[in-house]
Write a protein that binds this ligand. Sequence first.
Ligand SMILES: *[C@@H]1O[C@H](CO)[C@@H](O)[C@H](O)[C@H]1NC(C)=O
Ligand SMILES: *[C@@H]1O[C@H](CO)[C@@H](O)[C@H](O)[C@H]1NC(C)=O
Ligand SMILES: *[C@@H]1O[C@H](CO)[C@@H](O)[C@H](O)[C@H]1NC(C)=O
Ligand SMILES: *[C@@H]1O[C@H](CO)[C@@H](O)[C@H](O)[C@H]1NC(C)=O
Ligand SMILES: *[C@@H]1O[C@H](CO)[C@@H](O)[C@H](O)[C@H]1NC(C)=O
Ligand SMILES: *[C@@H]1O[C@H](CO)[C@@H](O)[C@H](O)[C@H]1NC(C)=O
Length: 417
Amino acid sequence: MASFSVNPVFLQTVLVLLLFHLFCLSNNIAAKHGDPVHHRHRSQPHSLGSNTRLYRAYIALQAWKRVIYSDPRNFTSNWVGRNVCAYHGIYCTNAPDDPKVKVVAGIDLNFGDIAGFIPEEFGLLTDVALVHLNSNRFCGLLPQDIANLTLLHELDLSNNRFVGGFPSMVLSLPSLKFLDLRYNEFEGPTPPQLYEKQLDAIFINNNRFTSVFPSFNGKGSASVLVVANNKFGGCLPPSIANFADSLEELLLINTSLKGCLPPEIGYLYNLRLLDVSNNTIVGPIPYSVAGMAHLETLNLANNMMSGIVPAGVCVLPNLINFNLSNNFFCDEDLVCTNLTSKKGVVFDDRRNCLPHRPAQKSPEECAPVIEHPVDCYEECCVPGGDSVSVPTASPKFLPFMASSTPMLPPFIAPVSA
Ligand SMILES: *[C@@H]1O[C@H](CO)[C@@H](O)[C@H](O)[C@H]1NC(C)=O
Ligand SMILES: *[C@@H]1O[C@H](CO)[C@@H](O)[C@H](O)[C@H]1NC(C)=O
Ligand SMILES: *[C@@H]1O[C@H](CO)[C@@H](O)[C@H](O)[C@H]1NC(C)=O
Ligand SMILES: *[C@@H]1O[C@H](CO)[C@@H](O)[C@H](O)[C@H]1NC(C)=O
Ligand SMILES: *[C@@H]1O[C@H](CO)[C@@H](O)[C@H](O)[C@H]1NC(C)=O
Ligand SMILES: *[C@@H]1O[C@H](CO)[C@@H](O)[C@H](O)[C@H]1NC(C)=O
């Protein structure tokens, strides 16, 4: 079988190479004299398909190479000649829509330390499904033509030097599922459409995003949302509950969040990890958190939260790491205190205002906060970041806010302690 197929494959390769030459020549000739080689192409549909698609990739990659100014690991040194499938970091497969045709389906230049730009011609790589450019020094704006990559499934631009506003052209990519923009210098607000897009994972941490976390109407689909180390300001909007069916990890560390946590946070019934540490969040832990049966890690450290730590949170069946240090909590149930000695559980309640607990804040530090309890109705934020006195939640959510016992939405499975 193998020996039988060697010759035809070899011949086909030669043919393809020849056709590449003809195609190029014909482009010049065609420009001047019409289209003399079109019939020849028509008799070789598969070679032509491969030819055209790989040729477009060749044009794109050569344009890209021209705007690469430093490549210390020589990743692009062998980006010469038409055989783009042999280029370092370029992966070809058979086209999904035409299995006889090879196309560039993946680009992986992770940890290349390459400095340069992404040119408009990148938009010619319409067969790519994966683009991984983690840990390089690509800079400047992302080209608008990235929107042409209709098959792009994973876009990892993390740890580069991209600038500009949120690259909203990625929002029109119909196949995109994984978006990683972390550790760049994107700035300005993030659009609500980002949270509504049907993505599996969103990483936008360590950028210069500002403005509030926007309210959004659509249903989110991400299981991981990492926003940490940006300068959002404002409050977490109640619409975070639109991620209820999907979200498992929500990291909002050091995002300049203020105001109270919305009770709707408890609607994220699949959440395993909630980290809102290092913000200026005030007010109590919403009772709805006691309904988050899958919650394993709850980090509220380094905020200005106050009130009583609800027993319902401390008995969450999967909770193994609960850090509420450096807040203004003034009381906690004995069942919480007991977490200190529970095997396999990390519990940190230091630097609060808890009577009879070690390593607390001084009464002088605690008094001003404890004497002025926060009214979350007053603290509710609207998009724009200003406080308003009218709660934005619909009336059926209100019992949570007022009641002193956990009231769980009907779709949250009862906690089996
Ligand atoms: C890259 O190529 C240059 C020139 O050929 C060579 O001096 C250098 O050692 C190469 N670097 C690596 C990491 O291979
Ligand atoms: C991207 O698509 C637009 C609209 O179809 C087109 O005008 C543009 O030339 C394409 N860009 C590339 C690099 O192919
Ligand atoms: C916190 O976020 C700010 C941006 O708002 C950033 O400058 C700072 O480095 C972050 N802190 C840490 C410890 O990452
Ligand atoms: C959180 O704050 C603490 C204390 O201010 C600081 O040491 C730590 O680096 C911060 N972490 C982040 C991720 O902001
Ligand atoms: C709780 O968070 C604080 C602040 O980030 C940190 O210093 C402390 O080590 C954490 N506690 C535990 C037990 O991890
Ligand atoms: C707390 O722990 C003590 C000693 O282990 C135990 O006697 C008590 O019942 C526990 N209380 C709660 C509320 O879990």
